[in-house]
Write a protein that binds this ligand. Structure first.
Ligand SMILES: Nc1nc2c(c(=O)[nH]1)N[C@H]1C(S)=C(S)[C@@H](COP(=O)(O)OP(=O)(O)OC[C@H]3O[C@@H](n4cnc5c(=O)[nH]c(N)nc54)[C@H](O)[C@@H]3O)O[C@H]1N2
Ligand SMILES: Nc1nc2c(c(=O)[nH]1)N[C@H]1C(S)=C(S)[C@@H](COP(=O)(O)OP(=O)(O)OC[C@H]3O[C@@H](n4cnc5c(=O)[nH]c(N)nc54)[C@H](O)[C@@H]3O)O[C@H]1N2
Ligand code: SF4
Ligand SMILES: [Mo]
Length: 896
C-alpha cells in the first residue's frame, strides 16, 4: 500500500481516551512526534485537555508497536505477510463455520475502535456470518446504561448535553470519579461552581474520591445500595409534592408500579440505615433534589458495573421522569461514557443483543430491514453471547474461533484467569492491536497490526452524542492497516459481497444511510438519524466539523432530546421501571470479609499499553496499591508501605498497602491498570467477581469478596535500569517508565547478595560496578556504569525505607556521571542536599507533593490559585486541582 506524505501542518482531531471527546490540535514534528494542544474550536472541550490528553505526544513513538502481521507456525509466532495472515483468518473462520455453524465463531471488539471499524465488524458478523456473536468491552462498561435507556426511553439515548452541567443548579454524581475520569468536563463544573457558588454538588460513592473535594455533600453509601437510595428519593418526592403530574400523565406509564415497589423501602430513616449513610445527610440530599428544578444526575461505573446496574440506571431515570426534569436545559439523567467511541459502537449496534442503527435484534421486521439494506445473504436471528458467557463458551469449546480487536480481555475481564484458560484452549485466536506485547498476544494464532491514534481516520461519538473526526497526522508505520480494512479483507476472502469501500468516508456514508432507512415509518422510528450526512464524499468527510445527532435539518444537531415529552417507545411514552433493590449476590464474610472495589487512577488509561509509554504520567502512581482502612489493615496484619496479597475465590494478586483515607471499613480499593507485562502479579481482573447484571450482562466489577494478608518478603527494593530486565527470581516486581529508564519496585524472598544484584542487572566480571553492603542492616546498594554512564542501579533493604527515586532517575539523563555523583550515587541523593519533591501531584509541571506542602506551610498559601501562582502546579490542565485542594484542606486541619 502506498501512503501520501502527510504535510507538517496542524491537524484537528479528537482525543483517543475518555468519552468526553476533547478536540486536539496535532502538529507533526517530522520525527514521528507531534506537538499536542487543545482545540479551542471544539465545543466539547473548548481548548481544554487533561493530563492524559496533554501527554499524547509522549505516546506516539514506535517502540513496542506491532508493525507486521504474524502467524503461529509450529507453536511459535513468526512474521508473515498480510496475504498469509488474512488467508489464515478467512480459512479458519470458513472451515469452523462449515463444520460447526456460524455460532462457533465470534468477534470481541472495543469502544476504542472507530465507528467505521465497528460498523464493518457488526455487518460482517450479523449480516454475513449470520451470528450475533459479536460483543465488545462496552459490555463491561456501558451495557447497563444501554439497557436502562432502552427500558425507559425505548431507545439508547442520552437526553442531555455538557452545557447542562453549567446550567444546572444541582449536579448529582453517582458512582463517578469525574475529577479523574472525565477531567475536562469536571473542570467545566469547577468553573461553573466558581462563578455560582450556590451550584450544589452531591457525590454518591462509597469511597471518598478526588471528585468529593468539590462536593457540598458526599454520601458514602454502602456498595451496591444505590437502587434502595433512589427508590427512597422517588417516595420522598411524592411525599413532598414534587411530582409533575401533567408530564407523568401525558408522557409516561408505569409510575404506580414503580412507586409501589419504592415504598417497600420505607422512610428516610430506614433507607439511610439500609444504605449506611447519615439520615440527616440523606434527607439533605432528598430535600435538595426535591426543591431544585434544574438538576443533572450524572452516573458512571459505580452505577453500571453492578449486578443491579440496569436497575440503578432506571432508579435514577424514574426520579427524573416523576419530576418531568428531562430534555430541558440544565436537567436530566446523564450517562457519562467511558471510552472515546462507546457511543459510536452503540449507534452501529456493536453489542451482541443489538442491531445496527438503533434497530432491534429481537424484532423480525427490523432484522429484515437491516438484511435487505445490506443485501446480506442472512441475518442473525437471536442475540449472541455476552462477554462473560462468550469466554465461557470459548473455554467449553463451543466457540472455536475468536477475533479480538482493541481490547485486552486477559486483563480487563472479570475472572481474568478464566479468559487465559479459554484462549489457551481456543482453536483460532486472532488479535488486532497496535502494541506487540499485550497480555492477549501470547494466545494469538494470528496477530494483525492496526493503525493507532494519529494514523487512523474515522469518527467517534462522545457522551453528548457529538460525532467528531479522528484524523491521521502521521504516516502509517510498518505494515499497519486500519481495522476496517483488515475486516473487509477477510470478508472478501470469505466470499462476502458488500465490503468494497474506497475509504472510511464510504463506510460512514452507508452508516448514515442506514440511520435513515425506513426511519419515517411506524414501527421503525428512532431518534438516531444522520440525514444530512447521507452521500458525504471524501472531501466533506475530511472537513466534517463536530456535530451532534439527531440530525434532520441540513445544519444543526439537537443538543437535547425528549424535552417535548415524545419518547421512542411505540406509544411515544417513557416507562417507569419498578426496581427492587438487590445487594451484590456474593456477600462478604467468612473467608472473604472485605469488599473489593476497583477503578481508575488519574494518569493511567486501562491496561497501560499507551499511557504506560509516558514518563510524565508514571510519576503520579508508580505501583499498584491496595487502599484500605487502617483498622482493617490491623486486623489483616498488614502495614502501610509493605506488600499484601489480595485474594478472592477466583484469583489473587500482590499490591502495596496504602491508607488513602477515603475507604470505609469493610472495603478495599485496587486500581485496574497493571497488567501481566508490567508486574509479576498485579492483574486485579484475576480476582474479580464474574457475576453479571441479569438484564445487561455487565459484570460486578465494584464488588468482589476478598481477603487481605501479608505478602512476606525478606527485602524491599527498587531497580532503575535503561533496559528491560528479567526478574523471574524476584518474588514480586512492578514496572513503570521513567525518563530514560525503567523503574522496578521489588519485594524479594531469596536473600539479596552482591552476586544476585550482578545477575539481576546483567553485570559481568569486569563491569564497572559500584557496591555497598551492610549485612547487619540487611542493606545492599549497587550500580552498573557503562562508558561512564549510569546503566542501572539497585537499592535493597530489609525495611521499605529506601531513598526517593527522583534524584537517581535524573542521573539517567546524563551522558556521564561526574566524580562526585559517582561517589554519592549509593547514598541515593544529591551531593548538595536538596529536598525530595515527593510523589508527583502536578504531572504537567512535575511538581511533587512535598514541594506543595512545604510551600503551603512556609508561604501560608490558602487557595489552589495561590499554589498555582507560586509553583505553577495546577496551572495547565487542572487535573491535579482536587489533590491540591485536599492538601490545602489537610494543612488547615493540621493547623486546627
Ligand atoms: N484516568 C482515566 N480516565 C478514564 C479511564 C481510565 O482508564 N483512566 N477510563 C475511561 C473509561 S472506559 C470509563 S468506563 C470511565 C469510568 O469512570 P468512573 O466511573 O468515574 O471511574 P471508576 O474509577 O471506574 O469508578 C467510579 C466510582 O464508582 C464508585 N463505586 C463503587 N461501587 C459503587 C456503588 O455501589 N455505588 C456507587 N454510587 N458508586 C460506587 C467507585 O468507588 C469509584 O470511585 O473512565 C474513563 N476515563
Ligand atoms: N476490575 C475492573 N476491570 C475493568 C473495569 C473496572 O472498573 N474494574 N472497567 C472495565 C471497562 S469500563 C473497560 S472500558 C475495560 C477496558 O479494558 P480494555 O479494553 O481491555 O483496555 P485497554 O487497555 O484500553 O485495551 C485497548 C487495547 O487496544 C489497543 N488499541 C488501541 N487503539 C487501537 C486501534 O485503533 N486498533 C486496535 N486494533 N487496537 C488498538 C491498545 O493497545 C490496547 O491493547 O476494562 C474493564 N475492566
Ligand atoms: S478529558 Fe482528557 S482523556 Fe478525556 S477526552 Fe479530554 S483530554 Fe482526552
Ligand atoms: Mo469503560
Amino acid at each position: 500500500m502506498s501512503h501520501m506524505p502527510i504535510p507538517l501542518q496542524e491537524v484537528r482531531t479528537t482525543c483517543p481516551y475518555c468519552g468526553v471527546g476533547c478536540g486536539v490540535k496535532a502538529t507533526p514534528l517530522g520525527d514521528g512526534g507531534a506537538l499536542i494542544e487543545g482545540d479551542a474550536g471544539h465545543a466539547a472541550s473548548r481548548g481544554r485537555l487533561c493530563v492524559k490528553g496533554s501527554a499524547l505526544g509522549e505516546t506516539l513513538g514506535l517502540d513496542g508497536r506491532l508493525l507486521h502481521p504474524a502467524v503461529r507456525r509450529d507453536g511459535a509466532m513468526a512474521r508473515a505477510g498480510w496475504e498469509e495472515a488474512l488467508d489464515t483468518v478467512a480459512d479458519g473462520f470458513r472451515r469452523i463455520i462449515a463444520e460447526h455453524g456460524p455460532d462457533a465463531v465470534a468477534l470481541y471488539v472495543s469502544g476504542q475502535i472507530l465507528t467505521e471499524d465497528y460498523y464493518v465488524a457488526n455487518k460482517f458478523m450479523k449480516g454475513y456470518v449470520g451470528s450475533a456473536n459479536i460483543d465488545t468491552n462496552s459490555r463491561l462498561c456501558m451495557s447497563s446504561a444501554v439497557a436502562g435507556h432502552k427500558r425507559a426511553f425505548g431507545e439508547d439515548v442520552v437526553p442531555g448535553c455538557y452545557e447542562d452541567f453549567e446550567l444546572a443548579d444541582a449536579i448529582v454524581l453517582v458512582g463517578s470519579n469525574a475529577a479523574w475520569c472525565h477531567p475536562t468536563l469536571f473542570q467545566r463544573i469547577v468553573k461553573a461552581k466558581e462563578a455560582r457558588p450556590e451550584l450544589q454538588i452531591v457525590v454518591l460513592d462509597p469511597r471518598r474520591t478526588a471528585t468529593c473535594e468539590l462536593a457540598d455533600l458526599h454520601l458514602p453509601l454502602k456498595p451496591g445500595s444505590d437502587v434502595r437510595l433512589f427508590n427512597g428519593l422517588l417516595t420522598y418526592l411524592v411525599g413532598e409534592g414534587a411530582v409533575d403530574h401533567a408530564f407523568v400523565a401525558a408522557h409516561t406509564s408505569g409510575m404506580e408500579a414503580a412507586l409501589d415497589e419504592a415504598r417497600l423501602g420505607g422512610d428516610v430513616e430506614e433507607v439511610a440505615r439500609a444504605c449506611g449513610v447519615d439520615p440527616a445527610q440523606l434527607r439533605a440530599f432528598y430535600e435538595l433534589f426535591a426543591r431544585t428544578e434544574k438538576v443533572v444526575t450524572a452516573f458512571s461505573m459505580g452505577v453500571n458495573q453492578s449486578s443491579s446496574g440496569t436497575d440503578k440506571v432506571n432508579g435514577i431515570i424514574n426520579c427524573h421522569l416523576l419530576t418531568g426534569r428531562i430534555g430541558r436545559p440544565g436537567m436530566g439523567p446523564f450517562s457519562l461514557t467511558g471510552q472515546p467511541n462507546a457511543m459510536g459502537g452503540r449507534e452501529v449496534g456493536g453489542l451482541a443483543n443489538m442491531l445496527a442503527a438503533h434497530l432491534d435484534l429481537d424484532n423480525a421486521g427490523h432484522r429484515e430491514a437491516v438484511r435487505s439494506f445490506w443485501g446480506a445473504p442472512r441475518i442473525a436471528d437471536k442475540p449472541g453471547l455476552k462477554a462473560v458467557d462468550l469466554f465461557r463458551a470459548v473455554e467449553a469449546g463451543k466457540v472455536k474461533a475468536v477475533w479480538i480487536m482493541a481490547t485486552n480481555p486477559v486483563v480487563s475481564m472479570p475472572d481474568a484467569d478464566q479468559v487465559r484458560r479459554a484462549l489457551a484452549a481456543c482453536e483460532l485466536v486472532v488479535v488486532s492491536d497496535v502494541v506487540a506485547n499485550t497480555d492477549v498476544a501470547p494466545y494469538a494464532h494470528v496477530l494483525l497490526p492496526a493503525l493507532a491514534w494519529g494514523e487512523k481516520d474515522g469518527t467517534v461519538t462522545n457522551s453528548e452524542r457529538c460525532i467528531s473526526r479522528q484524523r491521521a497526522f502521521l504516516p502509517a508505520p510498518g505494515e499497519a492497516r486500519a481495522d476496517w480494512q483488515a475486516l473487509c479483507d477477510v470478508a472478501r476472502r470469505m466470499g462476502f459481497a458488500g465490503f468494497d469501500y474506497d475509504g472510511a468516508h464510504a463506510i460512514f456514508d452507508e452508516h448514515a444511510r442506514l440511520s435513515t432507512w425506513k426511519n419515517d415509518e411506524d414501527g421503525y422510528r428512532r431518534a438516531f438519524r444522520l440525514d444530512p450526512l447521507v452521500g458525504i464524499d471524501r472531501a466533506a468527510y475530511d472537513a466534517l466539523e463536530p456535530v451532534q445527532w439527531p440530525l434532520r435539518a441540513p445544519t444543526d444537531g439537537a443538543a437535547r432530546l425528549f424535552g417535548d415529552g415524545r419518547f421512542s417507545h411505540p406509544d411515544g411514552k417513557a416507562r417507569f421501571v419498578a426496581t427492587a433493590p438487590r445487594l451484590p449476590v456474593h456477600a462478604t464474610g467468612g473467608e472473604y470479609p472485605l469488599a473489593l472495589n476497583t477503578g481508575r487512577l488519574r494518569d493511567q488509561w486501562h491496561t497501560m499499553t499507551r499511557t504506560g509509554k509516558s514518563p510524565r504520567l508514571a510519576g503520579h502512581a508508580a505501583e499498584p496499591f491496595v487502599d484500605l482502612h487502617p483498622h482493617d489493615a490491623l486486623l489483616a496484619g498488614v502495614r502501610e508501605g509493605e506488600l499484601a496479597r489480595v485474594s478472592s475465590q477466583w484469583g489473587a494478586m500482590v499490591a502495596r498497602v496504602a491508607h488513602g483515607g477515603g475507604i470505609a471499613r469493610g472495603a478495599v480499593f485496587v486500581p485496574i491498570h497493571w497488567n501481566g507485562h508490567n508486574a509479576s502479579d498485579a492483574r486485579v481482573g484475576a480476582l474479580v467477581n464474574p457475576e453479571v447484571d441479569p438484564v445487561s450482562g455487565e459484570p460486578e466489577f465494584k464488588h468482589t469478596p476478598v481477603r487481605v494478608e501479608p505478602f512476606g518478603v525478606a527485602w524491599h527494593g527498587f531497580i532503575l535500569s535503561r533496559t528491560e530486565l528479567n526478574l523471574e527470581r524476584v518474588a514480586h516486581w512492578t514496572r513503570v517508565r521513567g525518563s530514560g529508564f525503567l523503574r522496578y519496585e521489588l519485594g524479594g524472598r531469596e536473600p539479596v547478595s552482591p552476586a544476585m544484584a550482578r545477575a539481576l542487572l546483567g553485570a559481568d566480571e569486569d563491569a564497572d560496578w559500584i557496591e555497598y553492603e551492610d549485612k547487619s542492616e540487611g542493606m545492599l546498594r549497587a550500580a552498573l556504569v557503562v562508558d561512564g554512564r549510569l546503566e542501572a542501579c539497585l537499592f535493597a533493604s530489609r525495611r521499605p525505607d529506601l531513598p526517593a527515586r527522583a534524584w537517581l532517575g535524573g542521573l539517567f539523563a546524563q551522558a556521564e556521571l561526574s566524580a562526585r555523583e559517582r561517589a554519592t550515587l549509593l547514598a541515593g541523593r544529591a551531593p548538595t542536599l536538596g529536598p525530595d519533591p515527593g510523589p508527583t501531584v502536578c504531572s504537567c509541571f512535575g511538581v511533587g507533593r512535598n514541594t506543595i506542602c512545604t510551600a503551603i506551610d512556609k508561604q501560608g498559601l490558602t487557595t489552589p490559585a495561590e499554589v498555582t501562582a507560586c509553583l505553577r502546579a495546577g496551572g495547565n490542565c487542572g487535573s491535579c486541582l482536587p489533590e491540591i485542594r485536599s492538601l490545602l484542606q489537610e494543612a488547615r486541619s493540621a493547623v486546627a
